[in-house]
Write a protein that binds this ligand. Structure first.
Ligand SMILES: NC(=O)c1ccc[n+]([C@@H]2O[C@H](COP(=O)([O-])OP(=O)(O)OC[C@H]3O[C@@H](n4cnc5c(N)ncnc54)[C@H](O)[C@@H]3O)[C@@H](O)[C@H]2O)c1
Length: 324
């Protein structure tokens, strides 16, 4: 006789604050770094993200990944005009499922998961690619994801830093929050720092070839979709190039323009996961300028979502539940 089945499932919904309470920046950096290594070894898998254009407002992305006993889908946006309407640029929902049964396990706020994993990769890439003595940080674009890049680099021991943003109040608030010598400054002051993170909407370049100097490490985080760029082609081709994932970087990242122009080929670009796994060289030498193109990977989201679920299961954070 078949066992009786209760078809209804009760799952937690981790809101923005619950996600951030569940996974701190230091843990996020560790989990995201591990996710890159697992992905490099093929243990965690991920098809390229799918874009749903929503011009003139922005776009939606569907981002699946599988790793361990989990499968994940992030349904998330980039709507650059939203801040002018008092809304965040990035919004959406993450669904974490059991990869052995297919059952949903949790829903999470995609804004918090995205900010945490995006900030975390800035620190992971800086540790892997910046010169050993690099400390100071320039943040060009201090919105939601720029602020989390700053917080994660701060948590990883970098700083002090310079916060650059035409919205003077967000730059001021971020510098005040981090304290310890962090300050507001012009683009040139940010560019004088050891590690420079660009997290603008990507509608105009903020890095030119003339801005490059020996030993600089650039985290290019803002250009995460077709048509966006934060550096000129001349700047990109002058750097030692690294990316989070070639398929995404070549079609919807900082490298896309240079790839389309035939100036950069696959052989010129090293995956961050290969460097972290010890299978590829990182920085070519102390004088090189390294550029890391972050397009944002679903495996990063999986790393954060799985850790957040674990924290909820351990009773470290509360969450509302819903019955499906
Ligand atoms: N790589 C990734 O994984 C990833 C993840 C999330 C978001 N993003 C992308 O990052 C970008 C920023 O996202 P967000 O959610 O932080 O947006 P946001 O609107 O919160 O922040 C963008 C900030 O950039 C500032 N800015 C605009 N032009 C600038 C300039 N020339 N110099 C300095 N600052 C400038 C804006 O004033 C704003 O404060 C978007 O393009 C988004 O799609 C990438």
């Amino acid at each position: 006789m078949a066992a009786s089945m209760d078809a209804s499932i009760e799952i937690p919904v981790l809101d923005h604050d619950a996600v951030l309470a569940a996974v701190g920046p230091v843990a996020a950096i560790d989990h995201v770094g591990e996710a890159f290594v697992r992905h490099h070894h093929g243990a965690w898998t991920m098809p390229p993200k799918v874009y749903l254009d929503c011009a003139p407002y922005g776009d939606f992305r569907a981002m699946p990944a599988r790793g361990g006993d989990f499968a994940l889908l992030k349904w998330v946006t980039s709507f650059p005009g939203n801040p002018a309407r008092g809304l965040a640029t990035v919004n959406g929902v993450v669904c974490l499922s059991d990869a052995r049964t297919g059952l949903p396990l949790a829903l999470l706020d995609a804004r918090a998961v995205t900010a945490l994993r995006t900030g975390a990769v800035a620190a992971v890439a800086a540790r892997a690619l910046a010169p050993a003595g690099a400390r100071t940080v320039g943040i060009i674009g201090c919105g939601l994801n720029g602020a989390w890049a700053a917080r994660c680099l701060h948590a990883a021991g970098y700083g002090p830093g310079v916060c650059t943003d035409p919205r003077a109040e967000v730059a001021r608030e971020l510098a005040a929050e981090l304290g310890g010598g962090w300050r507001v400054g012009e683009r040139s002051a940010s560019l004088a720092c050891d590690v420079v993170c660009c997290v603008t909407p990507g509608s105009e370049p903020v890095i030119d070839a003339a801005d490059l100097r020996p030993g600089l490490h650039l985290n290019m985080l803002g250009a995460d979709g077709p048509g966006k760029a934060e550096a000129t082609l001349e700047a990109v081709v002058a750097c030692a190039l690294f990316c989070d994932e070639w398929a995404q970087a070549a079609h919807g990242g900082e490298l896309t323009g240079a790839v389309a122009a035939g100036l950069v080929t696959r052989e010129r670009v090293t995956d961050l996961g290969a460097v972290l796994a010890g299978e590829a060289a990182g920085r070519p030498g102390p004088a090189a300028v390294t550029l890391f193109d972050s397009t944002g990977l679903a495996i990063q989201d999986l790393a954060i979502a799985a850790a957040a679920l674990e924290a909820w299961r351990a009773g470290a954070v509360g969450a509302q539940t819903v019955r499906l």
